[in-house]
Design a protein. Structure first.
Length: 118
């Protein structure tokens, strides 16, 4: 079991930026970010391979969000720019079976709230 701890959520105005962090307790093959808005299903938005650093982004965040990893500290990041009210959700990190399309989540973090509002 990989333990995951997210941080960095908060309240931001539309057009603003936030950076989320996810600290992992051990190694994994792939990892990514999911989010769940009220009344909606959880969706994978940005995922990365630990094998070759390949990335996948959901269309709704592509060009605005950037996923990255620090292999020394086993910390994953999500840089979120030009945030929109529709980005409001609880954001979770998860280890994955595959980074492509964020398939097969295995271990989940506890989640961190992101609210985009003026």
């Amino acid at each position: 079991q990989v333990q995951l701890v997210e941080s960095g959520g908060g309240l931001v105005q539309p057009g603003g930026s936030l950076r989320l962090s996810c600290a992992a307790s051990s190694d994994y093959d792939a990892i990514g970010w999911f989010r769940q808005a009220p009344g909606k299903e959880r969706e994978g938005i940005a995922c990365i391979s630990a094998v070759d650093e390949s990335t996948y982004y959901r269309k709704s965040v592509e060009g605005r969000f950037t996923i990255s990893r620090d292999t020394v500290t086993k910390t994953m990041y999500l840089e979120m720019n030009n945030l929109k009210p529709e980005d409001t959700a609880i954001y979770y990190c998860a280890t994955l079976l595959s980074y492509y399309f964020c398939v097969g989540p295995r271990n989940w973090g506890q989640g961190t709230q992101v609210t985009v509002s003026s």
